[in-house]
Design a protein around this ligand. Structure first.
Ligand code: ADP
Length: 236
């Protein structure tokens, strides 16, 4: 299996897919959103600043997020990982290539989950999460409702709505995705490093199957090697 770098609009379902891969394939799930929400829950000064940005649907600074991710990557010691929510800007994508190269990690695949804005918005507005174990549920989707009212199936904690899963903030997050993450998609596409999975009308089971297939079968194509040669061996 390969390390997975997920690129997707907000609320596409990266967290749900990641939960499955953690349980069944021993992946470590690195979600920048979860890392930031943990800092917020500590109530530190930094946490308060982050909370304000998240609630408005704005991005935190590249410097902060890069240092958080770098810290997590250096702790992995060769374990398989999923990057969920990073890179979200071109600067982060460049930096990620440098970090992975300096750690000697080459076993990676970038998976782009393509979903319409209407469908993603529905998913965001119906989402509730467990503040303790981070599992997410969907109130309007039969397969993803909690078994007991508003309690987490795994740890019995009262589920919460995320402060940024409102109609207005979702719009901002989606706009930010188009502006900031659009160029990241082009960056990987140009290098033939992007595997696209369209997920609009697919069940979560089918999407997970496709992700597993890609993560187990993906190999660096000759086209990617060709791109590297043409661009002088650099990914920047
Ligand atoms: P979603 O994928 O549903 O938008 P996340 O949990 O990944 O949500 O992120 C929540 C929020 O955390 C983002 O809207 C943003 O404010 C902040 N955030 C997460 N990852 C990054 C990142 N790589 N760069 C900047 N801000 C980030």
């Amino acid at each position: 299996m390969k390390n997975i770098i997920f690129i997707a609009p907000p609320a596409a379902g990266k967290g749900t897919i990641s939960d499955y891969l953690v349980e069944n394939y021993n992946y470590v799930h690195l979600s920048t959103g979860d890392l930031l929400r943990t800092e917020v829950s500590l109530g530190t000064l930094l946490g308060k600043e982050i909370d304000e940005l998240i609630t408005k649907g704005k991005l935190v600074s590249d410097d902060l997020i890069i240092s958080l991710v770098n810290n997590e990557l250096t702790k992995l010691n060769g374990r398989l990982f999923i990057l969920d929510g990073f890179p979200r800007t071109l600067g982060q994508a460049h930096k990620l290539d440098q970090m992975l190269a300096s750690l000697g990690v080459t076993n990676n695949v970038v998976i782009y989950l393509d979903i319409d804005v209407e469908e993603a918005s529905k998913r965001a507005l119906g989402r509730v999460i467990c503040p303790n174990c981070k599992r997410s549920y969907h109130l309007y989707n039969e397969g993803f409702k909690p078994l007991n009212d508003n309690l987490c199936d795994d740890c019995n904690t009262v589920l919460e709505k995320r402060s940024d899963d409102t109609e207005v903030t979702f719009k901002n997050r989606f706009l930010s995705y188009l502006t900031n993450t659009g160029p990241v998609i082009d960056y990987y596409k140009k290098q033939n490093r992007l595997v696209k999975i369209s997920i609009n009308d697919k069940s979560i089971t089918d999407v997970i199957k496709e992700v597993i297939k890609v993560a187990s079968e993906y190999s660096t194509s000759s086209k990617e090697a060709e791109f590297r040669l043409k661009s002088g061996g650099s990914n920047d």
